[in-house]
Design a protein around this ligand. Sequence first.
Ligand code: AMP
Length: 396
Amino acid sequence: MNVLVLNAGSSSLKYQLVDMDTEEVITRGLCERVGTPLSFHKHGVDSDECVIHRPLPSHHAAVLAVLEALTHPEYGAIADLSEIQGIGHRVVHGGDYFAESVIITDEVIARIEECSQLAPLHNPAALAGIQSCGELMPDKVQVATFDTAFHQSMPPRAYRYALPPEYYEQHRIRRYGFHGTSHRYVAEQAALFLQRPLDELKLITCHLGNGCSLTAIDGGRSVDTSMGFTPLEGLMMGTRSGSIDPAIVLYLIDELGMDTAEIGALLNRLSGLLGVSQSSNDMRDVRDAAEAGNADAALALELYAHAVLHYLGSYVFALGGVDAIVFTAGVGENSADMRQKILTGLEGLGICLDAERNAARGGERTISSDDSQVKVLVIPTNEELMIARDVKALMR
Ligand code: AMP
């Protein structure tokens, strides 16, 4: 059974065709700069990858290009579209309507449209993909998997802000949380890896990529997460500030005369690793700059680790203890230095890294020492596979 997974960003469309009998990726690709004259399309796996330069004026055009590439006589992976049995779409915002993945119906589409207000760049892109697939492959089952869904299990004490009720009831201002598909995937894999039932485990999953979030997971259910009403809250990220005193925003308006667009750009695009280091949003560059003696870069690393520690500590207490801490995404999977920086000095709390295991590379692995009370794991994330698994489960 082959499942096509589409992940539409504001100006991109990533895709994977997955054989769900083996969970092997048949082919994958990426359309970038959709809607601009510089659009291009990369298709294929590793050495078979080819770059197709063609105009992609819209997400609809990008879906067409993807289907053409998949069935292309030279570099395609399937003879025709009848070899695709189901389609999964990543949708960023499901509001509080969806606590799990669903088969797409007109009602689901209407709800996703309604949530576009909360994710104005991402939900319309996903809707364009859903609509195009519906037109081009009307007989296929389509499934929506939401970044917010996994966090719908949070209790009100975690998702409500300390604001008067009308802001929640009329304006839907609450914590939604994001990266839910990644947190859910690594939690499930961690349970398999530890050979323990997920519903008995207390986990803290650390998704540290360009965007960063931590989630406290009790018995397989998200009970708190660091991103909030938007993906700006919480940890320091590549270019996002994460949480700051909200009164700073008032100060920027009143004293510096900044408007909302300027403040939005400052907090979303010009802060985080990039803003503090004054050099790059890429952890590797910032680490190299710090090693070369750049004090701003060194401070950026300190702030980044401190923010993770802040949420880790909070979630250990919220969960009443923790069985395993799981690192994932670009930084979480690859940066032994950052993992060490975050977890150094926690031996008194039963969290002991093994330096050699931490430095080694590989797939799913333990990086804590044998006598560490709390296991520390690295689990590479795979949101596409999680979506494809949901499609398979719903098609049954
Ligand atoms: P993601 O959003 O998951 O693709 O993660 C992107 C982040 O991962 C960037 O900040 C990269 O610098 C970081 N990253 C990727 N590979 C490495 C590596 N080998 N060491 C340190 N950071 C890395």
